[in-house]
Design a protein around this ligand. Structure first.
Ligand code: UDP
Length: 485
């Protein structure tokens, strides 16, 4: 355990950019706003160049230390049909011996360990080394509540969740519509459901505290339920800490995609729709075609981050997305690039999203509703078209549209049915042109103010983070007393 005045916290991240980015953001926030020394341990997937680049730039910032845990070979434990959550859980599980040895090597400087949502099986390592231990859920309280309550639903509900006639009741929270359940709940017979139930549902309840990337004004109901509802409290057991919204800052330096910013510089304020499906989202070829025609019909300016289509799951790029791929995207409709060249910019695979969203020319975001993307949109005053694809994104889309009023969404679920070009055109015009878009913009402006205030000094999330640090100190003190040190 560390002995200096300054606390030193370790944070363990599961693989995938969508997991590593929020952990690095949390680490940097602890270092800059709470004077905590931070080491981030990253279990890598081994297949993503972008993961390596991200770690390099995090190291360059000198705010945090990073330790890369090389990918283990799990090829004999999975096959082509293995779902994303299973892959993640297996990868983390197989990495545990190495995780244990790297944490052991740093044990003398660490005061606490925070593990991300897919790393709960590493909690016993922290306990063995006497480290106060916490879970970081880089998403919202409603997801947290429904995930822990899934252990009860599992006993009470027969058949598939998606076949239920009524929404699933979560004590004290907004019920979850059967079609909105997280991906691993879609198919109860699949291994990823049992992994989700055990590693997340039960795993979330095994630490000294749960940190979530949300804030009081965004989710008063779900946070109250996690704190006060007797049924939920009895399951969760530990304290919940809303410490967000934490979001990436613009990183200075040469971006090889500066041409996007130059293009944006030439456009008028709030005139451009940004279209992107996060680090892993992919569309079917039919949907990709409809989206292309929808954008074209709308005649609104756009920047679209495109990826080759996939017919076998909307999360297919999760481990592989990087900056690769600079050939002409042949999968787009014939002539699309020529017909839209005066008002659209197509970029392959990846771009620095925060830079784009913070550009004054951007006025709308067609997004897969990953929680990081949602927060980045809110904190940059950008209303959204909610296009959920996988993970907990359908729940996020429901929060954005029904609770926060900062997004509109298609009538059909994009993962169930193809959204037709005419509807896409209408959605784009709604956000970019129509009165309804103005209302969304007003709502997002108000929300941005509370989103900025919460993690700043004196704000509710800032205070919540101070509580976490006090809890660490209290636990260290108790541990030292027990050991008579
Ligand atoms: N991101 C980016 N450029 C891209 C796609 C994604 O910078 O082309 C970043 C985005 O800013 C966000 C993260 O990757 O910080 C994606 O996280 P999110 O929770 O939105 O979705 P996930 O990728 O986990 O589904």
């Amino acid at each position: 355990m560390g002995s200096s005045e300054q606390l030193h916290v370790g944070i363990l991240s599961s693989p995938g950019l969508g997991h590593i980015i929020p952990v690095i953001v949390l680490g940097s926030h602890l270092a800059t706003h709470h004077n905590v020394s931070v080491t981030v341990f990253v279990i890598t997937s081994g297949s993503s160049l972008a993961e390596k680049e991200l770690l390099k730039s995090a190291n360059k910032s000198k705010l945090i230390d990073t330790v890369e845990i090389p990918a283990v070979d799990i090829s004999n434990l999975i096959d082509a049909n293995t779902k994303m959550v299973t892959q993640l859980c297996v990868l983390v599980r197989e990495s545990l011996p190495v995780v244990k040895s790297v944490i052991f090597a740093k044990k003398h400087i660490l005061d606490a360990l925070i593990v991300d949502l897919f790393c709960t099986e590493a909690l016993p390592i922290a306990k063995e080394f006497g480290l106060p231990n916490y879970i970081y859920i880089p998403t919202n309280a409603w997801f947290t509540a429904s995930t822990v309550y899934c252990q009860v639903l599992d006993k009470e509900i027969e058949g598939q969740y998606v076949d239920q006639d009524e929404p699933l009741k979560i004590p004290g929270c907004k019920p979850v519509r059967p079609e909105d359940v997280v991906d691993p709940m879609l198919e109860r017979n699949d291994q990823q459901y049992s992994e989700y139930l055990r590693v997340l549902g039960i795993g979330f309840c095994l630490s000294d505290g749960i940190l979530m990337n949300t804030w009081e004004d965004a989710e008063p109901g779900s946070l109250k339920a996690l704190r006060e509802n007797e049924t939920l409290k009895a399951i969760v057991k530990s304290t919940v800490y809303p410490i967000g919204p934490l979001s990436r800052q613009i990183i200075d330096g040469n971006d090889d995609r500066n041409f996007i910013l130059k293009w944006l510089d030439e456009q008028t304020p709030e005139s451009v729709l940004y279209v992107s499906f996060g680090s892993g989202g992919t569309l079917s070829s039919k949907q990709l075609t409809e989206l292309a025609f929808g954008l074209e019909l709308s005649q609104q300016k756009f920047v679209w981050i495109v990826r080759p289509p996939s017919e076998v799951g909307a999360d297919k790029s999760f481990f592989t997305t990087g900056k690769e791929g600079d050939d002409t995207p042949e999968y787009l409709p014939e002539g699309f690039l020529t017909r839209t060249q005066d008002f659209g910019l197509v970029v392959q695979m990846w771009a620095d999203q925060v830079r784009i969203l913070s550009h004054p020319s951007v006025g709308g975001f067609l997004s897969h509703c990953g929680w990081n993307s949602s927060i980045e949109s809110i904190t940059n005053n950008v209303p959204m078209i909610a296009w959920p694809l996988y993970a907990e994104q359908r729940q996020n889309a429901t929060i954005l549209t029904e609770e926060l009023g900062v997004a509109v969404r298609p009538k059909v679920l994009p993962t169930k049915k193809v959204v037709e070009r005419e509807e896409i055109e209408k959605l784009v015009r709604t956000v970019m042109q129509y009165k309804e878009g103005k209302e969304l913009r007003e709502n997002v402006k108000k929300l941005k103010m509370s989103a900025e205030k919460a993690p700043s000094v004196g704000g509710s999330s800032y205070n919540s983070m101070c509580e976490v640090l006090k809890d660490i100190e209290k636990r260290i003190h108790a541990w030292l007393q027990e050991k008579h040190v």
